[in-house]
Ligand binder design. Structure first.
Ligand code: UD1
Length: 438
């Protein structure tokens, strides 16, 4: 596994240690570079399959998910050229000789975003065959909207023994598609398919997450005709062949929100370089009410604790611009030591409170009733041995360890590596006592 990752993503350093050891209680002070967004880079990499010309992505985060997807793209016949400079990692993808049949099931089942290969391969090659995708165990995570949308565009899609087989021998045709929910993945998959489909596609109740506008911006740079960016209705005039493009991945709003929580929790002060406050949606104001001070400065965002204690707040996760479900876990860590009680209602994924069990091991007072968690703030968290249960839970536990007294030992690091570019290194540079013993 690690050797095939190295072939497609030579920058990937298989981490030796299985645990992170954090000695908490130090304020985080310094400059922390926010990487390119995990949830933007994956669909952007897949968009390169839509053209035989070169697509260059800059500001690519060096994460395990990127390495896995690079390996999948390489198996499909794409070539990848990586370079690194002061501005981070860049990749140029050449998909002029695609072989859509060569998908490694082990890799597909490692990441949910691999479902995006369906729309792109179907549009470019007229056929896609892949196992049902994997990813975090945070709920049912169906792909029925993806499949219904592709069928509306004329594809034949069969599910058999855990495999999806989709064909569109005569190509896809534009369609008017209404999504039952504004699904991020379904919007991206249908957008990828629609740019090569004949005629006009309308995606109604489309997701409005900034990562979708970033994907659309890259597709437009490749020559696609898409209107309605940032709105609930995307209109795509498809069918024309796409050219290559150079695109810079937008900064990760989830990493920004998480690190702002960390600065406030540790009573430190972080310059979150490249961070963009405008991408946080409702989470910006809500975290402010809880006592996370954030303001824009030249080149990024300054984050610290507002005067006084952190205060309990109530919030409900929802599609953008509502509070992001991906910031729910780090916000729970923040509220675990806030004055008073807080409630968090999770409306996107039904099993996304597993980190509450881990935070309880660190002394947090959290009761979960169905989709709502009640958090009563305690004075301080204490270090403990905890396990990451999904990508965002991993970051929540890291920042809990940074704020806690004593030592925290964190296992299940694949989850952290999937979504965060060198988080431990970046934190250590801001004064954290964090090591990954081999
Ligand atoms: C993406 C993000 C993830 C984020 C989520 C919500 C990536 C790689 N992942 O995941 O980090 O937490 O958006 O912001 O970008 N659903 C169905 N059927 C479908 C599609 C979705 O029932 O065909 C349901 C899901 O089970 C879930 C909800 O819709 O309850 C939202 O899911 P969706 O927006 O599709 O999330 P992902 O694209 O998987």
């Amino acid at each position: 596994m690690s050797s095939s990752l190295l072939a497609a993503a030579p920058w990937w350093r298989p981490n030796t240690g299985d645990t992170l050891v954090i000695r908490g209680g130090r304020p985080l002070v310094g400059s922390y570079p926010i990487s390119g967004a995990k949830n933007a880079v994956l669909p952007l990499m897949v968009s390169a399959l839509l053209t035989p010309h070169l697509v260059t992505l800059r500001n690519v985060p060096a994460t395990l998910d990127v390495a896995v997807l690079a390996t999948l793209l390489q198996h499909l016949g794409s070539e990848m050229h990586w370079s690194a400079n002061g501005a981070g990692l860049a990749v140029t993808i050449c998909a002029d000789r695609l072989q859509p049949a060569r998908i490694d099931p082990d890799l597909v089942t490692r990441m949910r975003a691999s479902v995006l290969l369906l729309g792109a391969l179907l549009a470019r090659c007229g056929e896609a065959r892949l196992p049902l995708p994997g990813g975090d165990a945070i709920g049912r995570r169906g792909i029925d909207f993806h499949i219904a949308g592709l069928r509306a565009m004329g594809a034949t899609v069969e599910l058999d023994g855990g495999m999806i087989h989709a064909t569109a021998r005569d190509g896809l045709s534009g369609a008017d598609i209404l999504l039952p929910l504004p699904s991020v993945g379904a919007t991206e998959n249908l957008l990828l398919a629609a740019v090569l489909a004949r005629g006009t596609t309308t995606i109604r109740n489309a997701a409005r997450e900034p990562e979708i506008a970033d994907l659309a911006a890259c597709l437009i740079a490749m020559g696609a005709k898409i209107t309605g960016l940032g709105s609930h209705v995307l209109t795509i005039e498809g069918g024309a062949p796409l050219a290559g493009a150079v695109h810079t991945v937008l900064p990760d709003r989830i990493e920004l929100g998480t690190l702002a929580c960390a600065a406030a929790l540790t009573d430190g002060r972080l310059f979150l370089r490249h961070g963009r406050l405008d991408l946080l949606g409702a989470a910006g104001a809500l975290l402010g009410t809880a006592g996370v001070e954030m303001h824009e400065v030249d080149g990024g965002v300054m984050a610290s604790r507002a005067k006084g204690d952190l205060s309990g707040v109530d919030f409900t996760t929802g599609p953008y611009p509502a509070f992001a479900t991906d910031l729910q876990a780090p916000a729970m860590t923040l509220l675990a030591t806030a004055t008073g009680a807080s409630t968090i209602t999770e409306t996107i994924f039904e099993q996304r409170f597993r980190h509450a069990d881990e935070l309880r091991k660190m002394g947090a007072n959290i009761a979960v009733r169905g989709r709502t968690a009640l958090i009563r703030g305690v004075d301080r968290l204490q270090g403990a041995s905890v396990t990451c249960t999904d990508v965002r839970a991993a970051a929540a536990l890291v920042i809990a360890g940074l704020a806690a007294s004593g030592e925290t030992e964190l296992a299940g690091l694949d989850h952290l590596d999937r979504g965060y570019d060198r988080m431990a290194e970046k934190l250590a540079a801001c004064g954290a006592n964090i090591t990954r013993p081999s």
